[in-house]
Design a protein around this ligand. Sequence first.
Ligand code: KG4
Ligand code: ZN
Length: 339
Amino acid sequence: MQNIKILAIESSCDETAAAVVVDGREVLSNVISSQIDIHTLYGGVVPEIASRKHIENINPVIEKALSDANLTLDDIDAIGVTYGPGLVGALLVGVAEAKAISFAKDIPLIGVHHIEGHICANYIDNKELEPPFICLVVSGGHTHLVVVKDYGEYEILGKTRDDAAGEAFDKVARAIGLGYPGGPKIDKVSVEGNPEAYTFPRAKITDSVYDFSFSGLKSAVLNQINGAQMKGEEINVADIAASFQKAVVDSLVTRAMTALEETGFKKFAIAGGVASNTAVRKAFTEECAKKNIEFYCPSKILCTDNAAMIGAAAYYEYEKGVRSDYHLNAIPNLKLGER
Ligand code: KG4
Ligand code: ZN
């Protein structure tokens, strides 16, 4: 135990978050200020509003993270911050704040990749988990099947060719009148629906067994709704939601299980907002049990955007001696594994 205390900051989309994490795995505080209510008025995240809200929220959120941890900035050993991918204006708020604290307190600054943070959320809730393993990252902006070779070392096996899984949830939810944010609403309403009521397509990518595609599925749902409306038929929202969710789950499970079989890995984790989905968690728990694969997932609060996961990722970079300088900038399209 080294007792390295990292103050982590996350502001890549619509959550302003700060956390204090010890040695990458022990969370002393995890504060998340969500902007959902304001963006709901517009049916989705408005980047300019997100940046402004981050500016308002960031100092109180950091103060609360420190006071919840019973610490002051003088106790902090390093600052970790998300610098990409995400909304540029939103990212910049966290990056500028982190640089200011690092400079004022003369402590190391570590820029963290947001998706790496999602993967590392698994280390917090599964203390025994160590690389190598396969991780499926399913968020609002990404759908990646990744080999986690070591801490901070990734090989991307497959990714989405069009929409991310979370994006598909959000678009379908909007189309069936559930509104924003779509994922949790589809998750909830699906419980009352029949997942076999409609047969929606499971896209196959012929030149890569590990790549995903969700735009055809989204169009099929829209066509079903439009067709019903033209015939004056009522649509059953719960049945559509459950059938759509089943199609997403099937696509995710098929790719991941093929990857596990072909690579021979016996450990599998999920991460990102869609990993909090009840049907996704259930399907992988069952499939992995059948195939004797150890299955890991973070608690639901650590699946969606938070700063504790950034603190976990920052710790493993810190351990390797990675440090960012004051030229650290927001990189909206930062690739996983790039620095
Ligand atoms: O990881 P995240 O919080 O932010 C990004 O990095 O994008 O993921 C947000 C995405 C949204 O698309 C949201 O609808 C989806 O995750 N999501 C869910 C659930 N909770 C959040 N999708 C399905 N079921 C859920 N319970
Ligand atoms: Zn995220």
